[in-house]
Design a protein around this ligand. Structure first.
Ligand code: NAD
Length: 485
C-alpha cells in the first residue's frame, strides 16, 4: 500500500469488493487537511441484506471448523497485519487525524495483539458437566449465535473493529460490520488482509451512514446479535431495536471518567498518569478518558498547575510527523462542540488554566490546544457531559466520602482512576466507585485479556477478554442423556 489512495475504495461482501447496490459513493476526508482521501460506497438496505446472505453462507463452514483451526486463521491475519502495520497506521492517521507515534501505530499494534489473544483463546470455548444424579449425563456446550451485526465508531476504528470481529469469529460466528462513516478506510484495509484467511463471507464490511446502513443492520431479521460501540444516544436506539426482535445486544457506550487524586499523590507519576488517562494524544476522543479530575483541595492549586505545565509540553501538529503528540480533532462539528464546552465554562466563571483555543499556526484541520479547566462546578456541562475532546475539568473535594459521591454522581460508569500511594485508601476507594473498570495509579488503555466494559449508561457486555467473548457471542446449550443401567 502506498500513500496514494484509489479514488474509490469499495466495501467487502462475500470475499469480494463491492460498490453500493444503488451505486452511490461518499467522500472520506483527511482530518488534518480537509483533502478527500477516497470515496466509499454509501451502503443501505440491499447491501446489508447481501452482506447477511454472505455471512449466512459462510456460517456452516466456519462454525463447524475445529476451534484451533479458527484460531490459526486469526493468528495468520495477525501476522499479515503486523507486516502491514506501517502503511495501515499511516492511513489511519490520515482519516482520523490521530498522531501516528502516539496513537495510530500503537492502535494497529493493539489490533495485532488482540488477534493473537483471541487466536489463542479460540479453543477455550468450553462447556461443563453437571452431576445431576445416577443414570444422567448432563453437559453444556457453547454454540455460536450466528451472524453478528457489529457497529463501530471513528475514534479508534481499527482497534474497536478488530476486538469485536476477532471475538465473534473466534467463537464461531460470522460477521457483518458497519464501520463508521468518518473513518472506514483503515478498517477496510485490515478486512482485505483478513479475507485471505477466512471462508468467503465470514467477515463482511459495509460502509455507509448510521441512519442508512446502520439502521438497516438494526432491523435485518437474520442478524442474531447486535454488538455496538458508540454513543449512549445511539446505543439506546440499538437496544430498542434489539428488544423488538429479542436478540442479544452488547453496548460499549460513552463515559465521563473520574480521576480521584489523594493528597499524597501530588507528584510527577500522578501528573503523567492523569495526562495519559485524559488521552490527550488522541485529542481526548476516548470513552475511557479520565476527564473529571477530582483533586483534594489541599493540593488542588499545585497539582493542577503541574498538569497544565505538563500538557503545555505536548506537541500539536501534523499527525504524520513523528514529533507530534496531538493531531487534529476528527471534524469541524466535533471541534465546535469541544469549544462550546470551554466557552460555556468561561461564561459561568470557570478558569481556563491552559488551552481553550484553536492551535496557533494551524491553517487547516481542527487542531485544538489541550485544555485544563479549574473551578468547575460539578453541575456544569463540562463536568457532567461527555465532551469527547481534549478538555480536562478539575473539581475539588475535602473528604473521601465526598470524593466517592462526586465520582459516582454520573449517569456513566465506564473507566475510573484512583491516585494514591496508600494501598488501603486506593483499594477502598476503587471498591466504592461505580465503574466497569477502575485503574489505580495507571492511566493507560485496555490490554487484551482484561474484561473491559461499562455499567449504568456506559453499556453492558465485556469484549476484551475470552470470557467476555464466550458470554457475549455464544449461547450455552444443555444436553441431558439418560443412561441405561
Ligand atoms: P455514534 O454513536 O454516532 O456512531 C457509532 C456507530 O453507530 C457508527 O458506525 C454510526 O454510523 C452508527 N450509527 C449512527 N447512527 C445510527 C443509527 N441511527 N442507526 C444505526 N447505527 C447508527 O458514535 P461516534 O460519534 O462514532 O463515536 C463516539 C462515541 O462512541 C462516544 O460517545 C464514545 O464514548 C463512544 N465510544 C465508546 C467506546 C467504549 O468502548 N465504550 C469506545 C469508543 C467510543
Amino acid at each position: 500500500m502506498t500513500d496514494t489512495l484509489p479514488e474509490r475504495t469499495p466495501m467487502l461482501i462475500g470475499g469480494s469488493e463491492h460498490e453500493a447496490a444503488d451505486g452511490r459513493w461518499f467522500p472520506i476526508y483527511e482530518s488534518a487537511t480537509g483533502a478527500v482521501l477516497s470515496q466509499v460506497p454509501r451502503g443501505g438496505n440491499a447491501d446489508i441484506a447481501a452482506a447477511t446472505d454472505a455471512a449466512l453462507g459462510a456460517a456452516a463452514e466456519w462454525r463447524t471448523m475445529a476451534a484451533a483451526e479458527r484460531g490459526r486463521a486469526l493468528a495468520r491475519i495477525a501476522d499479515d497485519l503486523e507486516q502491514q502495520l506501517e502503511p495501515i497506521a499511516r492511513l489511519l492517521t490520515r482519516e482520523t487525524g490521530n498522531a501516528i507515534r502516539r496513537q495510530s501505530r500503537p492502535e494497529v499494534q493493539s489490533a495485532v495483539d488482540l488477534l493473537r489473544y483471541f487466536a489463542g483463546g479460540a479453543a477455550e470455548v468450553k462447556g461443563e458437566t453437571v452431576p445431576l444424579g445416577p443414570g444422567l449425563l448432563n453437559f453444556t456446550t457453547r454454540e455460536p449465535l450466528g451472524v453478528v451485526g457489529a457497529m463501530t465508531p471513528w475514534n479508534a476504528p481499527v482497534q474497536l473493529a478488530v476486538v469485536k470481529c476477532a471475538a465473534a469469529l473466534a467463537t464461531g460466528n460470522t460477521v457483518v460490520l458497519k464501520v463508521s462513516e468518518e473513518a472506514p478506510l483503515a478498517v477496510l484495509a485490515v478486512a482485505r488482509l483478513a479475507q485471505q484467511h477466512l471462508p468467503l463471507g465470514a467477515l463482511n464490511v459495509v460502509t455507509g451512514f448510521g441512519d442508512e446502513a446502520g439502521a438497516a443492520l438494526l432491523t435485518e431479521p437474520r442478524i442474531a446479535k447486535l454488538s455496538f460501540t458508540g454513543s449512549t444516544t445511539i446505543g439506546r436506539l440499538v437496544m430498542g431495536k434489539a428488544a423488538e426482535r429479542i436478540v442479544p445486544v452488547s453496548l460499549e457506550l460513552g463515559g465521563k471518567g473520574p480521576s480521584i487524586v489523594f493528597p499524597d499523590a501530588d507528584d510527577d507519576l500522578t501528573v503523567n498518569g492523569v495526562v495519559d488517562s485524559m488521552r490527550f494524544p488522541r485529542q481526548g476522543q476516548s470513552c475511557t478518558a479520565g476527564s473529571r479530575l477530582l483533586v483534594h483541595a489541599s493540593i488542588a492549586d499545585s497539582f493542577t498547575a503541574k498538569v497544565a505545565a505538563q500538557v503545555e509540553q505536548l506537541v500539536i501538529g501534523d499527525p504524520l510527523d513523528e514529533r507530534t503528540d496531538i493531531g487534529s480533532i476528527i471534524n469541524e462539528r466535533q471541534f465546535d462542540r469541544v469549544d462550546s464546552f470551554v466557552r460555556d465554562t468561561r461564561e459561568r466563571g470557570g478558569r481556563v488554566l491552559t488551552g481553550g483555543a484553536r492551535s496557533a499556526g494551524a491553517s487547516s484541520g481542527f487542531f485544538y490546544t489541550p485544555t485544563v479547566l479549574a473551578d468547575v462546578n460539578p453541575t456544569w456541562p463540562a463536568a457532567t457531559d461527555e465532551i469527547f475532546g481534549p478538555v480536562l475539568s478539575a473539581m475539588t473535594w475535602t473528604d473521601e466520602d465526598e470524593a466517592v459521591r462526586m465520582a459516582n454522581a454520573s449517569s456513566y460508569g465506564l473507566a475510573a482512576y484512583v491516585w494514591s500511594h496508600d494501598i488501603d485508601t486506593a483499594l477502598r476507594t476503587a471498591d466504592r466507585i461505580e465503574a466497569g473498570w477502575v485503574q489505580v495509579n495507571r492511566g493507560l488503555g485496555q490490554l487484551p485479556g482484561m474484561s473491559y466494559g461499562g455499567i449504568k449508561e456506559s453499556g453492558m457486555g465485556r469484549e476484551f477478554s475470552i470470557e467476555g467473548a464466550i458470554d457475549g457471542f455464544t449461547s450455552r446449550k444443555t444436553t441431558t442423556v439418560g443412561i441405561r443401567s
